[in-house]
Ligand binder design. Structure first.
Ligand SMILES: NC(=O)c1ccc[n+]([C@@H]2O[C@H](COP(=O)([O-])OP(=O)(O)OC[C@H]3O[C@@H](n4cnc5c(N)ncnc54)[C@H](OP(=O)(O)O)[C@@H]3O)[C@@H](O)[C@H]2O)c1
Length: 262
């Protein structure tokens, strides 16, 4: 089993915001070159200015477009071409209604991003890792894969896919030295709720009114810890949530706020 060389890059999808940006910052702080992938190029440019050109390379691509992902990785500068770490983090949730009121376009966007996007990036990176004989794939799942909540229908199902894919990948990769981890956070304050509620700030904020949510840095710490384990240790699954969160969307000592339920 080979360790991942320090000069080997980490491809972090969804690096323009939230967990992805925090993971990119943490890895770069350890002098790991990071390829930050997302659609919003201006955000990625900001991160490049902050982290520096030596350690951050932006790739403005939509994970739903398999050809674009593959082409972007084929055109990487030499310093970033050896990808030892893939963090499949890009993802979203759209809509909060019960299944009978859900919009099919929302379902489609979640399936294409959270499922196809993970598959596209994994397929693009795996041959490089297998040829190198080292690699670690960390997939961002969610506690929504395990605990149902009102309106979580297709989002939770896409994250159940991510968890099972992680376990299946790890099984298929037996003997290759590659590792696979699924990190499953609970409620974390990022742009996630804003995207879910189509930019409605009040509704997004109301979600976190009754508890101290996880921060993007809390989740980045978990990812970095998984990556830091010695090569003979594979962390399969990590679930973390706010102390005040009771599994699905339950809060300790309080009902789900009315503004969130609507
Ligand atoms: N926040 C939570 O409570 C929570 C809990 C559990 C799991 N998660 C999961 O954690 C991951 C990160 O979420 P977050 O909380 O950090 O949310 P966020 O702040 O909204 O960040 C999501 C990231 O995904 C990127 N993205 C979305 N669609 C994309 C696409 N088609 N192609 C490329 N990039 C795309 C976004 O970039 P662009 O818009 O620039 O493309 C953004 O960088 C997601 O998979 C989410 O499901 C979140």
């Amino acid at each position: 089993m080979k360790s991942i060389p320090q000069a080997s890059a980490a491809l972090v999808t969804g690096a323009s915001s939230g967990f992805g940006a925090a993971i990119a910052r943490s890895l770069a702080k350890e002098s790991r070159p990071v390829i930050g992938l997302a659609r919003r190029s201006a955000r990625l440019e900001q991160l490049r200015e902050e982290i520096g050109v030596d350690l951050f390379h932006p790739v403005a691509v939509d994970v739903r477009d398999a050809d674009a992902v593959a082409a972007a990785l084929d055109g990487l500068p030499e310093r970033f071409a050896d990808i030892g770490i893939l963090v499949n983090n890009a993802g979203l949730s759209k809509g909060f209604g019960p299944v009978q009121h859900a919009a099919s376009a929302d379902w489609q966007e979640m399936v294409e991003t959270n499922i196809n996007g993970v598959l596209n990036c994994t397929r693009a990176v795996l041959p490089r890792m297998l040829a190198a004989g080292y690699g670690h794939i960390v997939n961002l799942g969610s506690i929504a894969a395990s605990y149902p909540y009102l309106g979580g229908n297709v989002y939770g199902a896409t994250k159940a896919f991510v968890r099972q894919l992680s376990l299946n990948l790890r099984t298929d990769l037996d003997g290759t030295g590659l590792r696979v981890t699924c990190v499953e956070p609970g409620m974390a304050e990022t742009e996630f709720a804003l995207v879910r509620y189509d930019g409605d700030q009040d509704r997004a904020r109301a979600l976190y009114e009754n508890l101290t949510p996880l921060s993007a840095e809390d989740v980045a710490n978990a990812v970095v810890w998984c990556l830091a384990q010695p090569v003979h240790v594979n962390v399969n699954l990590i679930e973390l949530m706010p102390t005040q969160q009771l599994f699905g969307l339950g809060f300790s000592g309080a009902a789900v706020p009315e503004k969130v339920r609507k």
